[in-house]
Design a binder for this molecule. Structure first.
Ligand SMILES: Cc1cc2nc3c(=O)[nH]c(=O)nc-3n(C[C@H](O)[C@H](O)[C@H](O)COP(=O)(O)O)c2cc1C
Length: 142
């Protein structure tokens, strides 16, 4: 049975390219074996991640991620059983939300800077869908 988990968190230190790269590298090394796919978005000091896969695999990986000291304030925004993956083409795609079009961000947000901690999980998921459809997700690696 497949599930999708969407969460947001705050980086412990201001986000640097190297930090995101090292997380993506770990994800791409581990996720194929776990059957997990998804997307890692970042904006300012905020991470937004979607994890898709079997319930055990997603929950166990999530528990590991929550303990990671590179971020804190981990908040689950949505957790659903799903009939099919949406991000199955990515072992872990990436998108820099602060570089996304203002029109897309404003469509789902009260302010021009997207804040998943105050908005609804559904609005955050809708933004990610739009990023997917507009081709803003990079590093397709499967
Ligand atoms: C925001 C965030 C997202 C992460 N996403 C993943 C992921 O999708 N897959 C993964 O294996 N590790 C991910 N990690 C890293 C894990 O917390 C952990 O460091 C890693 O799984 C350890 O794997 P390793 O022993 O192979 O280095 C993430 C960490 C952070 C801070």
């Amino acid at each position: 049975m497949l599930v999708r988990c969407l969460y947001a968190s705050r980086a412990m230190a201001p986000l640097r390219e190297g930090l995101v790269e090292s997380i993506l590298e770990q994800s791409r090394r581990n996720n194929p074996r776990l059957g997990v796919t998804g997307l890692l978005c970042y904006s300012g000091d905020v991470f937004i991640q979607v994890l898709e896969g079997g319930r055990d695999a997603v929950c166990e990986l999530f528990n590991e991620i929550v303990r990671d000291e590179r971020h804190s304030n981990v908040r689950i925004l949505l957790f659903d059983e799903i009939p099919a993956r949406k991000f199955g083409g990515w072992t872990m795609g990436q998108a820099n939300v602060s570089k996304a079009s203002q029109t897309i961000v404003l469509k789902y947000s009260e302010k021009p800077v997207f804040d998943p901690f105050t908005g609804s999980g559904a609005a955050t998921m809708a933004l990610l869908n739009e990023l997917l459809e507009s081709g803003s997700i990079t590093s397709r690696c499967r």
